[in-house]
Design a protein around this ligand. Structure first.
Ligand SMILES: Nc1ncnc2c1ncn2[C@@H]1O[C@H](COP(=O)(O)OP(=O)(O)OP(=O)(O)O)[C@@H](O)[C@H]1O
Ligand SMILES: [Mg+2]
Length: 476
């Protein structure tokens, strides 16, 4: 993973911003500590000087200048020369500036005032001396002057140590922050990279690949779950497509081969016009069957893909059942069957009218096909009771034919399954598969039961949850 990419990640940038904010806070805190330490030292120095001065003033009051001179001499004798590191500084001068007592060579020439006194450079009082001192001065009677001070070299050293520790602390904070930003950025980048890698493998054709979950249940896991669900759905659709193409290829080969054989036979030199006609008619019948199979397979694929959910509209089952009945009434009558329609009002269902129509047509066609002469076929709609809750809708097609044995009612819903009794009638075994697929698409329950005698097929639709109103295009 290149460092350039790492620096461009959102995670790294975020962590870097937080790191910078944290470093700023640290700087502010350190500056405050630094300032507090120095003011505390200064205040203590001033207090020490003040107490020393009050002691000296006492001496001066009791014993006068001579007493003061003696005590200053005593005290500075206990101290090295100020220039050699004496921490306590004393100086008593005559009006002409000559030194009477003390450990300072002469009165400092230049000084910076402070609230309690002043700060001067030792070099201003003694050539070659280094460092600063903090002091207070007093004018005594007759032009004599007294200076009491403290060497600031210790303070300077402490200041340097504090400043150094603060700088080190700050550097460590920034370094740690940067390191944390890089680690976090890298961790996140690794997970995104893992997803990208899977994406690339899928693009290269490894369609079974799925994104591994971290197991933490975090946003990356949710992303991975969604991606995997999406890939599963795509795979389902692709498998569905492949099955449809396989089925179509399989279903077309037989009829096309038969058709070709018959047409070739008709073209033989000694065939007559009647034979031509018969061949053509059988070819047309074969084509019709092909088209029916084709349409059934396409409709099943359409219903199973679930892609129609987008275009579902409220459908009234009553009028739909009446339309199907009207379409099949002549054929039923021709076969000597009675058709009854029992349409009771029921709430509309959300669905695809075209697919629902085809499903009901398949049921009616089955009833017609498998019910012997003088039987009775009924198509009915009613609202489905659901306790005190909203009511769904139910549609049923019943006949008085042979029915389907209970143990085979599940099997006949599979594709290409036809029972032995149906061998004499044309069909491909796809009709009920489409009904099942359409029921599933609409969330409806498909039930095959005994009509004593005959078969009863019932579709029960769930109550429709009121959909939010569709945005209407502005009327022009
Ligand atoms: N009303 C019915 N009465 C008795 N048997 C039935 C009835 N409906 C379906 N079946 C049995 O279930 C089988 C499957 O029905 P399905 O509608 O799926 O296929 P098909 O009618 O044979 O062919 P297709 O509908 O594709 O033309 C039928 O072959 C038949 O054996
Ligand atoms: Mg059928």
């Amino acid at each position: 993973m290149s460092t350039g990419r790492l620096f461009r990640t959102t995670a790294f940038r975020l962590a870097a911003v937080y790191g910078a904010l944290f470093a700023l806070a640290v700087v502010a805190l350190f500056a405050f500590l630094y300032w507090r330490t120095l003011t505390l030292i200064d205040a203590e120095t001033d207090a020490a000087i003040a107490s020393e001065i009050s002691g000296l003033a006492e001496q001066y009051r009791q014993r006068g200048l001579v007493g003061l001179m003696r005590i200053v001499t005593e005290r500075s004798a206990a101290q090295p020369e100020a220039s050699l590191g004496g921490a306590n500084i004393y100086l008593l001068t005559r009006p002409d500036g000559a030194v009477l007592a003390g450990n300072l060579k002469r009165w400092p020439a230049a000084a910076q005032p402070t609230p309690a006194g002043f700060v001067f450079n030792l070099a201003a009082a003694e050539e070659g001396a280094q460092g600063n001192a903090r002091a207070r001065a007093f004018a005594l009677e007759g032009g004599f002057r007294l200076l009491v001070g403290r060497d600031l070299r210790q303070r300077e050293k402490l200041r340097a140590v504090v400043a150094e520790s603060l700088a080190l602390g700050l550097a460590a904070t920034v370094a740690l922050g940067l390191l944390a930003a890089m680690l976090v950025g890298r961790k996140l980048l690794q997970r995104v990279e893992a997803i990208n890698a899977i994406g690339q493998r899928i693009v290269r054709g490894e369609l079974k690949q799925r994104v591994a979950l971290g197991g933490a249940g975090d946003e990356f896991d949710r992303l991975a779950e969604n991606l995997n669900a999406m890939l599963d759905q795509i795979e389902r659709l692709m498998t569905g497509m492949r099955e449809v193409t396989d089925n179509i290829a399989h279903d077309l080969r037989g009829p096309l081969t038969r058709m070709k054989a018959r047409l070739e036979l008709a073209l033989l030199p000694n065939s007559d016009p009647a034979q031509h006609r018969a061949a053509m008619e059988s070819a047309i019948a074969e084509t019709d069957r092909l088209l029916a199979t084709f349409n059934a397979l396409l409709s099943i694929a359409e219903a199973e893909s679930g892609a129609l959910h987008q275009s579902m509209r409220p459908v009234e089952l009553g009028p739909l059942a009446a339309d199907v009945a009207e379409l099949y009434a002549p054929a039923l009558e021709e076969k000597g069957l009675t058709l009854a329609t029992e349409i009771a009002g029921c709430p509309p269902v959300l669905g695809s009218r075209q697919l629902l129509f085809q499903a009901v047509a398949n049921l009616l066609e089955n009833a017609m096909k498998y019910t012997p002469k003088s039987g009775r076929v009924t198509i009915a709609t009613r609202s489905a009771e659901n306790g005190s809750g909203p009511r769904g809708a139910a549609l049923s097609v019943t006949d008085t034919g042979p029915g389907i044995p209970a143990e085979l009612r599940g099997r006949v819903l599979e594709r290409y399954v036809r029972l032995d009794q149906a061998r004499s009638t044309p069909g491909s075994g796809l009709g009920l598969s489409l009904v099942a697929a359409v029921a599933k698409l609409h969330g409806a329950r498909l039930e095959l039961s005994d009509n004593n005698p005959g078969l009863a097929v019932t579709l029960t639709f769930p109550p429709r949850v009121e959909a939010p109103p569709q945005p209407q295009a502005a009327a022009s």
